[in-house]
Design a protein around this ligand. Sequence first.
Ligand code: HEC
Length: 443
Amino acid sequence: MKQSRITFLSVLFFAVFLIIDLSCGKKEGTAVPPDPCSGITVVVTGITTNPATPGASNGSITATATGGSGFTFSINGGPFQTSGTFSGLTAGTFTITVKNSNGCTGSAAFALTDPNPCAGITILVNGTISNPTAPGSSNGSVTVTASGSSGFTYNINGGTFQVSNVFSNLAAGSYVIIAKDINGCTGSSNFTLTASNPCNGINITVNGTVTNPSAPGASNGNIVATATGSTGFTYNINGGAFQSSGTFNNLAAGSYTITAKDANSCVGSATFLLTDPNPCSGVTITVGTSINGTDPCMAPGGMITASGSGGTGPYTFSLNSGAFQSNNIFTNLSSGNYNVSAKDINNCVGTVTNILVPNLPAGPLFSAVRTLIQNNCVSCHNPTNANGGMIWTVDCNIVTFKDRIQARAVNGNPSPMPPTGLLPASERQKITDWINAGGRFTD
Ligand code: HEC
């Protein structure tokens, strides 16, 4: 509502009155008509009807007024009319001026707006993606389909709108595609194109034949690997350099991973185990022994001479699980049972148990003397009656005290034994012969 014009007119009228009053001084009788609009405010109100569709000319304003009577109405300074209704209006701003019967005016501005063409419109953009066929290539595409309106044009990443719904020659990346309808209403979707992995669907299998080292510690094993599932393979072993051949030689026992790589760098791998042959499988070490008994009346003098066979010499030998030694002869053994092991250079071991080192048998000369003594001396020289401390029932006492036997029974020195007189010369000769032969149990 504007009353500026009313106010202006009022002020102007009053100013004119003042000017007249000043210029005429005290001139009397001049009638100044009262301002008919003084105290009158013409207030304009109205009801607007917007255009039914964008751009349409069927909007209207129906204005009413207060502040007097006999109103006439004007739109945008046009001619006054009695009706307050103005039809056929497009969107825009309109000023309605109202004048009452006294010429007092008021005005108000009204805005008519086109309806939002996009109100209630939801535009969806769907699409199908065709990714680039290889990393770095730009042959991807997106084909979109918009719905929710009609007359679509499309752009990609803010570019120019086009009629075609297909965007081609796209590299991997993220794209925004906008669909716009005839009213400029839009919808959009993001599409991400990824470079297809050339290894998708490629399964590379590595097979191989293994040849183990021929001997423990040898480095002459090998792996012959072949890959399947693609083409143009190169191979490496344990992450080393790739080579065109799948054969790897000069391998020691161990675990090896062979990787095969195709022309597109797609890889597959397999692990192979090379084992040293068991040096002892199929090997039986046989221990041979030769035994020397021991004289029961001397320091232990038994002996085992061992030998090994069936493996790879030289052998080492162990007695009763003792340390292995290269010397194959065990000496100074008392009588009894022994175990002997032989070990070859591959640590293959064979053992023979319960080897008997025997006491040596009595020799014939000793046996003759022993018989002689049993027949002539034991009655006075036994555990219950050991004259002179001598017990001749113990064989080794005969050996130990042979010099005394010789003195008493052969030489009669200092007195003969038996005390009753020396034995016949032939008996005494047995003692002499035995002593002369060495005087041992075994003689
Ligand atoms: C009838 C009993 C008798 C008979 C048999 C006898 N001895 Fe004696 N022997 C003695 C007596 C008693 C002594 C201790 C006194 C002595 O040393 O003369 C003795 C002591 C000995 C001694 C220890 C003294 C020394 O000089 O070292 C020897 C050795 C000995 N006899 C050997 C013999 C022999 C060998 C025979 C058999 C060929 C024998 N005796 C048979 C009774 C006997």
